[in-house]
Design a protein around this ligand. Structure first.
Ligand code: HEC
Length: 181
């Protein structure tokens, strides 16, 4: 009986040690274009999001420790795939113009930063003021920023189905194509 217990403990221990030998890539690829944003916004994103959504990841000591390191690697892969603030000159996993709005959505739902990240990074917890700063930014970026800059002007409003009226258009489309996901 005792032998069996020791055997099991040794097996687990051995597995644990072997796991440590499996390497993970802890690289940070080049920053090709950092997403432009006002400094207060950038400061918040850097503090709370950049470890998973940029190529400026600060790999913590436990990213050297299996099995946690596999989880971390996976989160960073997934995070960068969706939104990578370091490659703003390239297509993102989400529609770029929608990202500011989505950021607010995931923050308000409490999905981001992820709870396990906050557990290890207390500074990543967003205050009400942080959220207000981001909201203000998202509101201006979405309407007046990327989309608005393309020669939006009142006089041509009639022959322009997108841009400013995109919200209404989406609504109409949604009611039309009900099979839309
Ligand atoms: C610990 C790593 C981690 C941190 C920190 C983190 N994210 Fe994420 N994020 C992820 C992962 C993983 C996904 C993809 C998984 C998913 O869609 O649920 C994701 C997805 C997203 C998405 C796409 C959501 C969707 O439904 O497609 C947005 C937007 C986002 N994150 C914004 C943020 C913002 C803003 C912050 C900082 C306030 C942040 N994230 C911090 C890991 C992280």
């Amino acid at each position: 009986m005792k032998k069996k217990v020791y055997g099991a403990i040794l097996a687990v221990l051995g597995l644990f040690i072997l796991m440590q030998l499996i390497p993970i890539d802890r690289e940070n690829p080049a920053v090709t274009l950092d997403m432009p944003a006002p400094k207060p916004v950038k400061d918040i994103l850097k503090r709370a999001c950049y470890d998973c959504h940029s190529n400026e990841t600060k790999w913590p000591w436990y990213s050297y420790l299996a099995p946690v390191k596999f989880m971390i690697r996976h989160h960073i892969d997934e995070g960068r795939n969706k939104v990578n603030f370091s490659t703003w000159d390239q297509p993102q996993g989400e529609e770029k113009a929608e990202i500011p709005e989505e950021i607010i959505e995931v923050i308000e739902k409490g999905e981001m930063p992820t709870w396990d990240y906050i557990l290890m990074h207390a500074e990543a917890k967003l205050s009400n003021k942080d959220v207000a700063v981001l909201k203000q930014w998202a509101a201006t970026t979405d309407k007046g920023g990327e989309r608005g800059e393309t020669g939006d002007d009142e006089t041509t409003a009639t022959n322009k189905p997108t841009h400013k009226t995109s919200k209404d258009t989406t609504l109409v489309q949604k009611t039309k194509d009900t099979d839309d996901e």
